[in-house]
Design a binder for this molecule. Structure first.
Ligand code: ZN
Length: 675
């Protein structure tokens, strides 16, 4: 649903200084030096806007990409660094969030202690695995590990019941793989094989680092890989996972136990602290397969599997030989990163992941203003008005469905900047002695928090991202749009920028998130967040036919080498990009600048709006990362997040005089318009 979460670099244009209006605004917010004027805007607008930048940018060895996102992320990261270093330096009241953030960081930076411990912290877990006697003992161990967020074999989430959205339910997902997606186990091309080899090399290394000789390590790796491949065979594809109805299977625990006695639902749930009569099993075929494998696969193979997955889960927190082995697979092979990031960067990411609301409180106090929140709320409200007007004018939808759509739109909950209520860390003890223990303490606290929600009313004030996060999301079961403080920065947004920049930037993002409420998945949820149709059957058929046009068009786009964009996997994001552009543009046209003709840097207000949109997706990435994303990411590559929507948008044709013969040109009747 979200904008892709990325790890990003390199500040090219930092508009930290404020400046006032008119001509003075100019290149502070859009630098024409990044453009390639040799490219015709109608041939490749992304290149036209970013061509020189792409030519001149070198991806740093510690990164797998460079671009606008990374610039913002780096700015946030440096701000977070100041916060955590300050917290670590001063002596704070024991138990305060400053003390916790500071000690967590200090323990993580204590590489000498971490080195000395080696893999000692994992040894008690490995010993337990050795002692497992049968399938029941195996499931008990797995269940216990879940309570520390050592996710083994399957995934669990506590969230709204999609057909009773005011109440939380335990949801179970397919899982258990070490490669990024089921398809990696079955593809035979050489690029996939490189990744598979890197993964099995990683597993062998984990075995030898923990006492197995090399022959045993190779043997165990083969067994683990084969078991994973059998699990992968029962997985739904990432396209099949996009169908919310098919992935909703609320079943009674009694019935589940009858169907899958070896899995032992009742005892497993009890061990995990879940007390419920029924749960939602997202992908029953996967669980049926696990049930079967529990009786057919030898216990020793399962033990090798558990050891491999425990070590994968912990490797990042152990001594450098584990960290390096992990990096060779996840950093180099999967993402094309040449060098590991500095320790401080890695630890800051973990502070954010584990104490996000503590760090977030300190972050917004220093780096987020009420001004920005105010301006952002205005933008969101303007976009909402523009969207409502667009729904009213749709030529393919009946009035009764339009009415329902408008009600859903009006029902959006808007969250901007940071939560009203911060998460409680009072029960988490953080010290400087053991980084590993800190991680476990945070995990246990988070698990207890999550599990306590089962069967309780959904808390609509909860946030699913930390305040410093450079991202945004739409959540269909709450019907909410959420914009953390992290994304409210230039290149997306600046309180001093002109409207063309802000509407083409964050406006596009707001419109995108709003449209998620009406994409192939979001359209299936009503205004109250229930998975329940609000469409007339005829209108829904028309919507599906239009969505199919989007799928077909994006299937035609080449992502890298001979790999095409997966139109079905990316359809929700592409619909959101198409809608986001249209809504943001309409809202921009309601502003003073949107109705004006005064040029900045030789560009009309409309042109500048589109330039801003081209600028926010400015990205250059390593081929390894690009391939991984085509296989797994529901977002299209940046090039098509710009050119895809624009080639379907008539005001863009007018702004840049796009003509037949230009490569992006489509006849007016062929341009796709849904929202
Ligand atoms: Zn999205």
């Amino acid at each position: 649903m979200k904008l892709r979460f990325t790890i990003l670099t390199l500040c090219i244009i930092c508009a930290l200084q404020s400046c006032k209006e008119d001509a003075a605004i100019s290149h502070k917010f859009f630098d024409t030096a990044n453009m390639d004027s040799a490219v015709k805007p109608g041939d490749n607008f992304f290149e036209f806007v970013n061509g020189k930048w792409i030519k001149n940018t070198v991806i740093p060895p510690t990164e797998s990409e460079a671009g606008a996102f990374l610039d913002i992320y780096n700015r946030s990261k440096n701000n977070m660094k100041l916060i955590v270093e300050e917290a670590a330096r001063a002596s704070h009241e024991p138990g305060s969030i400053e003390q916790k953030v500071g000690d967590f960081y200090a323990a993580g930076m204590d590489s000498a202690a971490i080195e000395k411990f080696g893999y000692d912290p994992v040894k008690p877990y490995l010993k337990q695995v050795v002692g497992i006697k049968d399938a029941a003992g195996l499931m008990k161990f797995i269940a216990q590990q879940q309570t520390e967020f050592n996710v083994l074999l399957f995934g669990q989430m506590i969230g709204a019941d999609e057909k009773n959205s005011t109440t939380n339910i335990a949801i179970y997902y397919q899982g258990g793989l070490g490669l990024p997606d089921r398809d990696y186990y079955f593809k035979t091309d050489s690029e996939t094989q490189k990744v598979v080899t890197a993964y099995t090399t990683y597993l062998q290394k984990l075995f030898t680092l923990t006492g197995d000789d090399s022959v045993t390590a190779v043997k165990k790796t083969a067994l683990v890989y084969d078991l994973e491949k059998q699990l992968a065979g029962s997985h739904k594809t990432n396209v099949e996972l996009r169908d919310p109805q098919a992935n909703y299977n609320k079943l009674s625990v009694e019935e589940l136990d009858k169907q899958m006695p070896a899995f032992g639902w009742k005892s497993t749930l009890k061990e995990m602290g879940i007390s419920a009569d029924s749960v939602n099993v997202g992908q029953p075929a996967f669980y049926a397969k696990v049930n079967e494998l529990l009786t057919t696969v030898p216990l020793d193979t399962w033990k090798a599997y558990l050891k491999a997955h425990l070590l994968q889960g912990f490797a990042g927190a152990l001594s450098s030989d584990f960290v390096n082995a992990r990096f060779d697979y996840t950093g180099k092979a999967l993402s094309g990163q040449e060098k590991m990031k500095d320790r401080w960067e890695r630890i800051i990411n973990n502070v954010d992941a584990n104490l996000g609301d503590a760090l977030g409180q300190l972050y917004v106090k220093k780096y987020f203003t009420e001004d920005a929140k105010e301006r952002m709320l205005q933008l969101v409200n303007n976009l909402q008005k523009a969207f409502e007007a667009r729904i009213g004018k749709l030529d393919w939808m009946s009035d009764s469905t339009k009415q329902k759509a408008k009600e859903k739109l009006a029902g959006f909950i808007k969250k901007i900047g940071y939560p009203d209520k911060w998460k409680d860390y009072s029960k988490v003890t953080i010290g400087r002695d053991s980084y590993f223990n800190n991680l476990v303490a945070c995990s246990k606290n988070e698990y207890a928090y999550q599990v306590a929600k089962v069967g309780k009313p959904v808390d609509k004030t909860e946030w699913l991202m930390s305040a410093p996060t450079v991202n945004a999301y739409y959540n269909p079961t709450i019907n909410e749009i959420v914009f953390p403080a992290g994304i409210l920065q230039f290149t997306f947004f600046d309180v001093n920028a002109d409207d063309a920049i802000n509407y083409g930037g964050i406006g596009m993002v707001i419109g995108h998130e709003m449209t998620h409420g009406f994409d192939d998945q979001g359209a299936q949820y009503d205004k109250d967040g229930n998975l329940k149709s609000w469409w007339s059957p005829e209108d829904y058929e028309k919507f599906k036919a239009k969505s199919q046009l989007v799928i077909n068009e994006y299937n035609g786009f080449v992502a890298i080498d001979s790999m095409h964009v997966n139109g079905a996997l990316t359809t929700g994001e592409n619909i959101a990009d198409l809608g986001g552009l249209a809504i943001a543009y309409d809202a921009f046209k309601m502003t003073k600048q949107g109705q004006d003709t005064a040029k900045i840097d030789g560009f009309t207000p409309d042109q500048r709006f589109f330039l801003s949109l081209g600028q926010i997706w400015r990205t250059k990435m390593k081929s390894e990362l690009a391939r991984q994303l085509v296989n797994t990411d529901p977002h299209s590559p940046p090039l098509y997040r710009v050119n895809g929507p624009l080639m379907n948008f008539t005001p863009f044709y007018k702004a840049f005089n796009i003509q037949p013969g230009d490569k992006m040109y489509k006849a007016e009747a062929d341009r796709i318009k849904i929202w």
